[in-house]
Design a protein around this ligand. Structure first.
Ligand code: FE2
Length: 491
């Protein structure tokens, strides 16, 4: 039975197909349309996810009428054409699959299922923190399997307009960045500022930090002009500090329920890898599905309709660029040019390039960061990430505790030799790390050969995308990147 999960209609549209607990496809609309955070599915996806298979069931990731009710409450008005799941799906699927039975799921429960049912746990405390679902902004669940089917018991929640995600987004907007898109830039900027404004921020904005209630509705931004009083890096740093403080209050509360020492953490706020570094203080084992935001909820909705555990082997689940991984060609380019691109195999599901749509570079020496920045044409303060053979990670980094899997750039570690590898170390001495186990992947074989030749077990890894566009998807995109930047892309 093929179950098609869909999260679409608002932002970051995606689709996932699972069959008997196996993910056979998961992809993002933006990679096909080339529109960042595209809210609408793309017709080219339909051919990919339905190729050679019959779709038996469609699962939608949230309840449209409840969301519309909240939009009415928040002054955004009702979109009458998006009141039912059938309306949204007929817009999104353009009449395709109209005979297929449909189920509608709760937004936060879709987040929870995307995490719990892909986790290695049979019982876990699930924490979801995002901007807003239908009404929910934070939820804590006790999850376990009963007769092979996942069950979720809601333990606690907070509702709109009280939202950690909306707070962080409002601060992103305040410092002049794009809300609901550039939050990761705010996080990167935080290392350059001081946390001096965080106490004032808490006093002005937070009514009750334990119950996560705010004094004002931050959906449309903050009412006070922080920019007139503080440097934008100080605002970013203070917002990050307060955000962490609030997240840890949620984690403390979640731990206190005593449901499990395993944590599954989902929702867009779980992408804040800086905050994730301390989760091990509250839980013994931690799993964050590598696509924890709404784009990952197509997988969550499909998992809810399926009911049982879903195997998450790796994040390579999207469009396939066929052929062997070009290990030797990439190695040669790295040795001669120090920087090269690779587009091979299936595209990553989630916001990070993990080796199949990556720009790779030699991480050693003082000049490489500027060279990669020049190609990517992005802000100098933003860090690049290392990808490293898993067995050497502790030799090079002090890693946070608790994470059952560090393959997905979700956590930060502290580099033991920042002077040797300045390109992959952020201003605060941290690195957002991707480890690669002996998994038979192309990036694994490349790193092994790179290590034999250079004695260095890691590379710099950043996403292969033309500035302003989403990540490269197919071979034609890779060719465009090559021509645009005059950097070889192997595929
Ligand atoms: Fe969400």
């Amino acid at each position: 039975m093929n179950i098609l999960g869909i999260s679409a209609g608002f932002h970051d549209a995606s689709a996932t197909v699972i069959n008997s607990g196996e993910i056979v496809y998961a992809g993002h609309a933006e990679r096909y349309s080339k529109i960042k955070n595209d809210p609408n599915l793309h017709e080219d996806m339909f051919w990919e996810f339905s190729r050679g298979r019959h779709i038996d069931h469609i699962a939608y990731y949230e309840t449209p009428w409840k969301k519309q009710l909240r939009q009415l409450y928040s002054g955004q008005g009702i979109e009458w054409s998006k009141l039912t799941t059938n309306q949204v799906l007929s817009q999104q699927l353009g009449g395709y699959f109209s005979e297929v039975p449909v189920s509608t799921h709760n937004h936060h429960l879709s987040h929870a299922a995307a995490g719990f049912q892909t986790s290695p746990f049979t019982k876990a405390t699930v924490v979801v923190i995002d901007a807003i679902g239908e009404w929910d902004t934070i939820s804590i669940w006790g999850a376990h399997y009963v007769n092979g089917r996942a069950e979720y018991h809601r333990l606690w929640g907070q509702k709109y307009p009280h939202s950690i995600g909306l707070f962080y987004t409002a601060m992103t907007q305040e410092i002049g960045l794009k809300p609901m898109e550039d939050e990761y830039i705010t996080m990167g900027m935080a290392a350059y500022g001081s946390r001096q404004a965080s106490t004032l921020m808490k006093m002005q904005l937070v009514e009750d930090e334990w119950n996560l209630r705010f004094k004002e509705n931050l959906h449309t931004g903050v009412s006070w002009e922080w920019k007139e009083h503080y440097d934008i890096a100080d605002i970013a740093s203070s917002a990050q500090a307060l955000c962490e403080n609030l997240i840890y209050n949620v984690m403390r509360r979640a731990k206190d329920f005593g449901w499990s020492t395993n944590l599954v953490y989902q929702g867009g706020v779980a992408l804040n890898c800086l905050a994730n570094r301390n989760l091990g203080e509250y839980f013994e084992k931690i799993w964050i599905m590598p696509n924890p935001g709404d784009a990952g909820s197509s997988l969550g909705a499909a998992a809810l309709a399926y009911g049982g555990p879903v195997e998450f082997k790796n994040a390579f689940l999207g469009t396939n660029i066929s052929g062997d991984y070009p290990v030797n060609a990439v190695l040669d380019s790295l040795l001669t040019d120090k920087i090269t691109g690779v587009a091979s195999g299936r595209a990553e599901f989630g916001p990070r390039a993990l080796g199949n749509r990556s720009l790779l570079a030699d991480p050693r020496g003082p000049n490489i960061k500027d060279q990669v920045n020049a190609i990517k044409r992005r802000q100098e303060f933003r860090p690049f990430a290392p990808v490293i053979l898993e067995e050497y990670v502790n030799d090079y980094f002090i890693m946070p505790s608790g994470f059952v899997d560090t393959r997905y750039m979700q956590v930060i570690g502290t580099c033991r030799y920042p002077d040797l590898f300045p390109a992959i170390v952020h201003h605060d001495g941290t690195s957002r790390i991707q480890t690669v186990p002996k998994d038979g992947s192309g990036i694994r074989e490349l790193l092994e050969k790179w290590y034999v030749v250079t004695g260095c077990p890691m590379l710099l890894n950043t996403s292969l995308n033309i500035k302003g566009e989403p990540m490269v998807n197919d071979r034609a995109d890779a060719d465009r990147f090559e021509q645009f930047y005059n950097v070889k892309v192997h595929s």
